[in-house]
Design a protein around this ligand. Structure first.
Ligand code: NAG
Ligand code: NAG
Length: 649
């Protein structure tokens, strides 16, 4: 009977009826059970995909990013005959080991080491921020034993806090999450991605504000959020999580990471800012601009970076963001770049807008056109009076800007950045980076002060850089462009064209970061030299001149100069680490130091110095994008699935 049901006899080649089928299956579970199990498996496996979400237990496997250096670079210590750069890179690596060992032996699992007393600072969440910040530097320097040990320690971490403790969102994203993601991308160590996913998830409730901007801080126990002392969202806070969360969304497949970060971008598009002046304060409730200050300094700095870099990290696919960058950078050029009266030092300051930023809703409304027309005009910059009042302040933090301009000039297409704008980008980058270097070269220690107060022209707008460039062009471009004439260091404080407003050197990276990007994008070795020597003229004395001349130059340079790195070694080094410097102009003995070693010294300052001095480009700029804490993340492309899932147009 069975064989006839299954159609094996020539007379009944029909399929069984439903009833016959049920009878058959009911009697023989060993026949239908595997099919049922198979069917259930298909449902379980494809269910989430059919429903549209990622599987709950997403498996952390990715195709390797483009040119993925999964192996740590093989480190060979320089031999006696190795050239200078190898020796210098090696010294930076030794400095990193000294700093990290000090932290590890005296401060772990606290956040940071107090490098003089050997005590600790728990100034973030007490999760050991230094280890997160130092992780990818270890990989890049080929310190695999420290790296493996750190991964072990991190794999055991749980990110709960004391009941009343609040976690600062911005710092935790750029340091901890950025560090984990970068180290994962470099090493492909799955536990690092698991921890990053965990951290990304617990920080996500910070976005539960009325506007969708992240709150200043949150409690990872209760999800309660708290505003900062300004009562507003700072522009840098709103726009410094997208690189991390978008990459995390890409490697985990979780749409919520993308959506929350993208919401902040949405608010930028909706703010109707047409003249590129994005203010430093934003209303956490409404998501609208809430002050009139335009800056690339402390409250805004990394937001500028994340405009260009978001576009770069997603393989130049999100064009709306690039347009924002172009808009903002044009506005920086028009409003914030000035030169000083005597040395013609190009600098970037911040400024107050004379009127509220123009909004679509206003310009389309009933206001008289003369009041609502933006004062800046792309075609005739010299005709524009600035719509802003400059403060004259120049922060070390702003020294990231030349690097950003250089990166933009080397990555934006001629369509987006036609020749005149590209030139402006390149000139501004060069002039600003030179000024940053000059602020080091002018001091007694050879280290740059934290904040300067720049000398302005009697009528401030006479110092605006852009009109000067335009008039230099009109007069036939003789000599170098304004702001690029390299006046050289001075010894007298009266000759400086600025006064020092904050005399500390907090082991900050920004100037060195820009030297590194200048060196990689222009290929001009003078930037490497400037990362080393603080007294070098515009010409390259160690270049191609006669051997005897070169020798004399070397002797001269040795006799009359200090190096940035040597100055750090001389003034900042302690028995167990490196300490911030109180006064960059005091060198009589050892400059007085401050009992702190910020984690960014290991994440950024030493990493950029090392990358500046290694001949090989370990982190190629066309494959990687550095987050604002110098954690490199790989450039990737959104897949078709992701575009659908995340609603990316
Ligand atoms: C906090 O938010 C997450 C979702 O982001 C949720 O899983 C968790 O249960 C929340 N915790 C509390 C205490 O509400
Ligand atoms: C921007 O313009 C749109 C439409 O004109 C308006 O709905 C929105 O409120 C404006 N946003 C701000 C922040 O003014």
């Amino acid at each position: 009977m069975l064989s006839s049901l299954l159609g094996r006899t020539p007379h009944s080649s029909r399929l069984p009826t439903l009833r016959e089928g049920i009878t058959l299956l009911a009697g023989r579970p060993q026949r239908w059970l595997p099919h049922l199990l198979g069917f259930l498996f298909v449902l379980w496996y494809f269910g989430p995909i059919i429903r549209g979400g990622p599987p709950d237990d997403y498996v952390y496997v990715l195709p390797p990013p483009i040119h993925h250096p999964h192996l740590p670079p093989l480190y060979k210590p320089p031999t006696a005959s190795a050239n200078d750069w190898k020796v210098r890179a090696h010294q930076v690596r030794e400095a990193f080991i000294h700093a990290y060992k000090g932290y590890r032996d005296h401060a772990f699992p606290a956040d940071e080491l107090a490098p003089m007393s050997g005590k600790i600072h728990n100034n973030f969440n007490g999760w050991g921020v230094t280890i997160y910040d130092a992780l990818d530097t270890m990989w890049i320097m080929g310190l695999s034993e420290y790296f493996e040990e750190a991964v072990q320690l991190i794999s055991k971490a749980d990110y709960t806090t004391k009941p009343k403790q609040y976690v600062p969102f911005f710092e935790t994203i750029i340091r901890h999450l950025g560090g984990l993601l970068s180290a994962y991308a470099l090493s492909n160590e799955p536990i690092l991605l698991e921890q990053a996913d965990k951290m990304g998830a617990i920080l996500l409730p910070a976005f539960n504000t009325e506007s969708g901007f992240p709150a200043y801080a949150l409690s990872t126990r209760t999800n309660a959020t708290r505003g900062g002392w300004t009562g507003n969202t700072l522009w840098a806070e709103a726009l410094s999580n997208q690189l991390e969360y978008k990459y995390l969304a890409h490697v985990t497949g979780k749409p919520e990471y993308f959506e929350k970060a993208e919401r902040c971008m949405q608010l930028m598009y909706e703010a109707n800012i047409t003249d590129g002046i994005f203010p430093t304060h934003w209303d956490t409730k409404t998501g609208a601009p809430s002050n009139h200050r335009f800056s690339v300094g402390a409250f805004a700095d990394s937001a500028h970076e994340y405009l260009l870099k978001q576009w770069l990290i997603t393989s130049q696919s999100e064009t709306k963001i690039k347009d924002l960058y172009l808009n903002v950078s044009k506005s920086i050029m028009e409003n914030l770049l000035y030169v000083t009266p005597n040395r013609e030092m190009l600098f970037v300051t911040d400024a107050d807008m004379l009127k509220p930023p123009p909004r679509k809703s206003q310009t389309e409304g009933s206001e008289s056109t003369s009041k609502s027309t933006p004062a800046t005009n792309p075609k005739s910059p010299q005709a524009s009076t600035p719509s802003t009042i400059p403060s004259g302040t120049f922060e070390h933090l702003s020294c990231f800007l030349p690097g950003l301009f250089a990166l933009a000039a080397s990555t934006l297409s001629p369509l987006d950045l036609p020749r005149p704008e590209r030139e402006l980008h390149e000139w501004a980058a060069e002039g600003l980076a030179y000024t940053c270097w000059l602020t080091y070269a002018d001091t007694k220690t050879g280290l740059g002060p934290d904040v300067l107060s720049m000398k302005m022209f009697a009528k401030a707008e006479d110092g605006l850089w852009l009109p000067r460039v335009e008039s230099w062009k009109e007069k036939g471009r003789s000599g170098r462009p304004p702001g690029l004439r390299e006046p050289g260091a001075v010894r007298g404080k009266n000759e400086r064209d600025y006064t020092v407003y904050k005399r500390t050197y907090l082991l900050r990276p920004e100037a060195i970061e820009s030297f590194y990007i200048m060196w990689r994008t222009t290929g001009n070795p003078v930037w490497r030299e400037r990362g080393w020597w603080v007294v070098l003229s515009n010409s390259q004395p160690l270049g191609k001149s006669h051997p005897i001349l070169t020798y004399i130059m070397i002797v001269f340079v040795f006799a009359s100069s200090r190096t940035v790195f040597q100055a750090i070694e001389k003034y900042a080094k302690t028995e167990i680490g490196y300490a911030s410097i109180m006064d960059v102009d005091k060198s009589s003995e050892k400059a007085p130091v401050k009992d702190e070693m910020p984690s960014y010294f290991l994440a950024e300052t030493l990493k950029y110095l090392y990358l500046l001095f290694t001949d090989e480009e370990l982190i190629p700029l066309d494959k990687w994008v550095f987050n604002t804490e110098a954690h490199p993340l790989p450039i990737f492309e959104w897949t078709e699935t992701e575009k659908k899932l995340f609603n990316i147009s």
